[in-house]
Design a protein around this ligand. Structure first.
Ligand code: AMP
Ligand code: GLY
Length: 427
């Protein structure tokens, strides 16, 4: 098969790395990819969101399967446009991608189909939103204010007082900090508990659940400071027992997939459930319509199975059975970012030590996010730059391997958290 992967981050690097190992894979291209992906796949200089150009290119080259990585092209209808040209595609339709691209749509779906989730209401009017904040406060609850639309992982503001909540509401609805995406908001009850990410491949009916992962979203050690796209992840998650995973399947994943079908938006692709475990029970914080990043950089290395047949069967609507895929080993992914991220940061810093990191450390994979070749040098080109995944028989070993490699890699103002995986191992 000739495969096209759309996107150019660490998630896509991990996907390309995994798909390329499949005996079914003949060739693989990636649009636009990045410097690391370029070592495995042909790079095509088309932006992920450039729907028309992507479709034109895919039709011209007659790919057997297109795998869409990021949410933006899915929300823009890339999967629909490809299917209209009879190109096989792994990823939900624009309508189904609303499970991520509209938090109001997602919360209504959860409400209608009885999927456990926090109390919420949707608003356009700031005064009405503030009065709901007070209603929650009266019940002793804090709240989270979320832009309805896509905001690159930065659209959720977790608050600890009515003043903070009011400020968040004004930031979205009056000062329009998230533009059109924040014209409507969700105000919801703030829950507390550990978070897990569950990725399930689905053809609209059957579910193949990948090993659970935990993401470290905040920039600072001990999970403090502002949220980022993710500073690291590990897989599997000891907290997610077989029983809990079964509950997640029964109370979250199955009703979501059935609900989407009932709403006239059958869901195929990866359904990502971001969950909080409260009192031993799973509550949905968010759904995403794609593989998680950095979770995918930890999950795929932990997996033994060939991924390609699952993606293919999901795209064709022919998954044979519900399945839970067991991890082969433990993995820990540490993100190296540009200093300043998730705020302003500089690009174009020379990256050194990669070869040593890959060659001298056992059980390590280096995935690229924001990197670029220029004049024979490897340069930083984004906020998140590299994802270093250590694999091992346990988390201790996986973590040691990841950090041994991280310490060999250098670029000016590199920043990484030194405590990724702190809930499952010590450094
Ligand atoms: P989201 O963009 O919806 O994934 O939210 C980003 C992060 O904000 C989540 O990973 C949580 O850490 C936090 N968060 C979102 N919603 C809630 C909630 N209802 N209660 C507590 N924390 C939340
Ligand atoms: N790591 C969080 C996400 O992919 O949305």
């Amino acid at each position: 098969m000739n495969i096209l992967v759309v996107g150019g981050g660490g998630r896509e690097h991990a996907l390309v790395w995994k798909l390329k190992q499949s005996p079914l894979c003949h060739s693989i291209a990636c649009a636009p990819g990045n410097a690391g992906i370029g070592r495995l796949a042909e790079l095509v200089p088309i932006r992920a969101e450039a729907v028309e150009e992507q479709v034109q290119f895919a039709a011209e080259k007659r790919f057997d399967l297109v795998v869409i990585g990021p949410e933006a092209p899915l929300a823009a209808g890339l999967a629909d446009a490809l299917r209209a040209k009879d190109i096989r595609v792994f990823g939900p339709s624009q309508k189904a991608a609303r499970i991520e691209s509209s938090k109001i749509f997602a919360r209504r779906l959860m409400e209608k189909y009885g999927i456990p989730s926090p109390a919420y209401q949707a608003f356009e009017n700031p005064e009405a939103a503030k009065s709901f904040v007070r209603e929650l406060a009266f019940q002793g609850k804090h709240c989270v204010v979320k832009a309805d639309g896509l905001a690159a992982g930065k659209g959720a503001i977790v608050t600890s007082s009515t003043e903070e909540a009011d400020a968040a509401i004004e930031q979205c609805l009056i000062r329009q900090a998230f533009g059109e995406a924040g014209r409507r908001i969700v105000v919801e009850e703030r829950l507390t508990g550990p978070e897990v990410s569950i990725l399930a491949i689905t053809d609209g009916r059957r579910l193949v659940i990948l090993p659970p992962a935990q993401d470290h979203k905040p920039i600072g050690e001990g999970d403090t400071g502002p949220n980022t796209g993710g500073m690291g992840a590990y897989s599997p998650v000891p907290l997610v027992t077989e029983d809990l995973l079964e509950t997640i399947r029964r109370t979250v994943l199955e009703p979501a997939v059935r609900g989407m079908e009932a709403e006239g938006a059958p869901y195929t692709g990866v359904l990502y459930a971001g969950l909080m475990i409260c009192g031993g029970r799973p509550y949905v914080i968010e759904f995403n319509c794609r593989f998680g990043d950095p979770e995918t950089q930890a999950v795929l290395p932990a997996l033994d199975e060939d991924l390609l047949p699952y993606l293919l069967n999901a795209a064709e609507g022919t998954l044979h059975q519900d399945q839970i895929l067991d991890p082969r080993q433990s993995s820990v992914c540490v993100i190296m970012a540009s200093g300043g991220y998730p705020g302003a940061y500089e690009k174009g810093k020379v990256i050194s030590g990669l070869e040593a990191a890959e060659a001298e450390t056992e059980g390590v994979l280096v995935f690229h996010s924001g990197t670029q070749w220029k004049d024979g040098r490897l340069l930083t080109a984004g906020g998140r730059v590299l994802g270093i995944t250590g694999q091992g028989r346990d988390f201790q070993q996986a973590c040691q391997r990841a950090y041994a490699a991280v310490e060999k890699i250098h670029f000016e103002k590199a920043y990484y958290r030194r405590d990724i995986g702190f809930r499952v191992c010590k450094r």
